[in-house]
Design a protein around this ligand. Structure first.
Ligand code: HEB
Length: 421
């Protein structure tokens, strides 16, 4: 979003967009800094809590893990240069070029680290001889069947969330101060981007479903409480499961599970009854899958409504809706926290849905974990660390933007409140 805003500022010669890029970049620095600390915490966790996992899989996934660190440094170095060279170039385009490596670095970071998670879900690129992983091919471990859908779903939903968070801020400001042109443009830019990302999310989410059908059918069956192997399988939304595996109070969308799995209603979806009951994930993942999909639909509906209402063509049935109506603004505000919840729900579904495995079919979570007696101490320490980080980042971000509001910064930089002629 920073890159798009800076680009718009140059193309439209509109200092409002340039100011957005400046301000968002400052907030971004804080989240990158938090990312450094949590990234280090994860490295410590991997070594201390998952020694057997790291020993078994370290050779196979060492490459993307190292590449992730490399991508991070790439991003961080250019972010430093970017921040300090705003007014140093005669041509604004030159400064814009510096944001490209930041986008590449941040996205590559997500790419590499998610490929490690893809490997845990569908491990390839090695042989097991006497219980030891040998004949390692790091590249085929990295590019396993889970990689394409996982990486694209993670990256696009991260973009979607960023656009909604920034859109939420703009909508909140507009609810207070209806006239602000800066925030109207910020809202428009973010929610238009969000509509594009939301459609892409739905398309890729559909591919993720097809991936599960082919490679992790037990995860899909658990998500959908699908017990009998059959075609024309319905998608089950919400509901509760009774003691004898009867689904109650759910909304059923006929054929939708078969279509999600294979694209046609006659796709046969394997049911839970046909898997080894010792290796099935807990069935409560259903709620997490549902929440994610529901939020995905919500975000798509709200952002598409906003964009559609903006087209004033006489054939557009939504043209009479004011996209800046307080109700629409409030729906957008809700989209901010909801998108974050969807990310959490998606991860909980993907990870718990792989249980009891840490490396699918190769090593269980209990085999991968440490046998040390101090896991509970570690838990408290990490909770303390994450709480501290969470609280400080909120304080720092609030202070940063409260002390230097848009109006003040526009005055300081001689940017007019309106740039529309
Ligand atoms: Fe999601 C995950 C689908 C939306 C975030 N997803 C996921 C999965 C699936 C899906 C199937 C699993 C995969 C695996 O495991 O491999 N989604 C989906 C759909 C939808 C969605 C269909 C609707 C559109 N998501 C969504 C949203 C979000 C998300 C909205 C946010 C914002 N997800 C997610 C995550 C995850 C998921 C983060 C984890 C990772 C992976 O990929 O796995």
């Amino acid at each position: 979003m920073i890159a798009i805003a800076e680009w718009m500022g140059i193309k439209r010669k509109d200092p409002h967009y340039t100011l957005m890029a400046r301000r968002w970049a400052r907030g971004f620095v804080i989240s990158v800094a938090v990312g450094v600390v949590t990234g280090t915490a994860i490295a410590v966790q991997l070594a201390l809590l998952w020694p057997n996992f790291m020993q078994a899989a370290g050779h196979t996934i060492g490459l993307p893990m190292f590449m992730e660190t490399f991508a991070f440094f790439f991003e961080a170095i250019f972010l430093g240069i970017y921040l300090y060279t705003w007014d140093r170039f005669k041509s604004k385009m030159k400064h814009f070029l510096l944001v490209i490596p930041i986008v590449i670095g941040a996205t590559a970071s997500a790419f590499f680290i998610t490929s490690v998670n893809a490997f845990m879900n569908y491990p390839t690129g090695f042989q097991i001889v006497d219980g030891v992983l040998t004949d390692v091919s790091p590249l085929s471990a990295m590019f396993n069947p889970a990689t394409p859908t996982k990486i694209s779903h993670v990256i696009i939903t991260a973009y979607l969330t960023a656009a909604f968070i920034l859109g939420m801020v703009a909508a909140l400001k507009l609810l207070k101060n209806k006239g602000s042109e800066y925030y109207k443009k910020a809202l428009h830019l973010n929610i238009t981007a969000a509509a594009v990302f939301a459609i892409a999310t739905a398309v890729i989410g559909d591919f993720s479903g097809k991936y599960l059908h082919e490679y992790q059918p037990e995860k899909l069956a658990a998500a959908e409480w699908h017990f009998e192997t059959e075609s024309e399988a319905p998608l089950i939304l919400g509901g509760i499961l009774t003691g004898d595996n009867e689904v109650r109070f759910a909304l059923e969308i006929p054929y939708a599970l078969s279509i999600l799995a294979g694209g046609t209603p006659d796709t046969v979806v394997t049911g839970l009854n046909d898997f080894d009951p010792d290796y099935l994930p807990p069935l409560w993942v259903h709620y997490f899958f549902d929440s994610m999909v529901f939020i995905g639909m919500y975000l798509a509906a709200v952002s598409i409504l906003f964009v559609a209402a903006g087209f004033k063509h006489r054939l557009n049935p939504l043209r009479r809706i004011n996209p800046m109506h307080p109700l629409i603004l409030k729906l957008i505000v809700a989209g901010g926290p909801l998108s974050m919840l969807a990310i959490q729900a998606g991860w909980i579904f993907a990870e718990v849905g792989r249980q009891p495995w840490i490396i699918n079919g190769v090593m269980t979570v209990s085999e991968g974990a440490t046998t040390s007696n101090h896991v509970d101490t570690m838990l408290w320490l990490f909770i303390a660390l994450y709480t501290l980080l969470g609280v400080t980042s909120v304080i720092v971000l609030r202070k940063m933007f409260k002390e230097n509001p848009v109006e003040k910064e526009m005055e300081k930089r001689n940017i007019p409140e309106s740039t529309l002629n």
